[in-house]
Design a protein around this ligand. Sequence first.
Ligand SMILES: [Zn+2]
Length: 287
Amino acid sequence: MNNMKRHVVKLVQNVVKEYASTEIPVFDEICCGLGLDVKEGPLPYGTDGTHEGRTICINSAIQNEERKRFTQFHEVTHYLIEKDEDLISQLHEYTWSQKTGYKEPLETLCNIGAAEFLMPSNIFSRLYEEKGFNVKLIPLAARYFKSSTIATTIQLAQVAPNECITSVFEYGFIPENTIKSQNQLFDMKYHVSKLKWHVVYSASSPAANRWLAKYTVFPDDHLINRAFSQAQTLEGKSKIFFPSWQESCTCEALPYRKRVYALFHLTPPPNTNQLTFMPDLLSETVS
Ligand SMILES: [Zn+2]
C-alpha cells in the first residue's frame, strides 16, 4: 500500500508541476490542463462526486466549500489513477493478496491524492518544521490551507517523519452492520447500543505498516475521552486498538468542536527543539 501511496503523491505532484501557476493549485487550472469537463448537479444522497472518463460531476447539494474542494480533487485523482495502468495492476494485486474489496484502498488513495493537491507536502513539511510535529498542526494547517480538518488529518500522516497514525474521533453510536469487522477486544454487541468514542477517519504515515479501522471503539477511560471532557490537548502513554491486538504508545489528543483529533506515535516523534530551531537558521540565511 505504501508504494501505491507514494505513486499517487508523485502523480499529483507531476500534474501540479505541469499545469499549476501557484504552489497550491487552483482546481479550474488543473482541469483545464488535463482536459477535464466539470459539471455540478444533483447526485444521490451520500455521493459527493462521480467521474466518468474525462467528465467530473460534483454534487450541487454540497454547501461546505472545503468539502467541495476536497471532492473536486478526489475525483481528479480517480481520473489520474484510472489512466495509470501500472498503478491499477498494483491495486489489483494488493486487493487480491489482502482479500479486501477494490473500492476501499482506491478511495484511500484518492483521498491521499486530494490532500496532496490541497496541501502540497513540501509546504506542509515546512509548516511542521516551523511549528514542531504535533497534533496542534491539524487545526493550524486547516486554517493555513483553507482545508477541512479531515483532509489535514490525512495529510499530516503523509508528511510524518516517524511511524504514526492520525485519526478523527466522534462520539456516537456505531452502525450495527460494522460489527463483524470490529475490534475483537471488545464486546461489540454491547457497544452498539451505547454512545462511544470511535474512529471516523484515520491515516497511517508512510513508515507505518498498521492502520486503525474505521468505527474502532475507544474506551471511556482513554486519553481521547479525557481530552474532550477536560477541553484541553493532552499527551501521554495510551493504548491504540488494532483489529486483533492493542499496543501502548505516546498519544496526543486535541478536542476541537465536537471531535477529538489524535496522533499516535508508534515510534518516537522527532526532536521538536531541533526542528523549531532549523527554520530560524534558514530564514536568517535567506534574508
Ligand atoms: Zn471516490
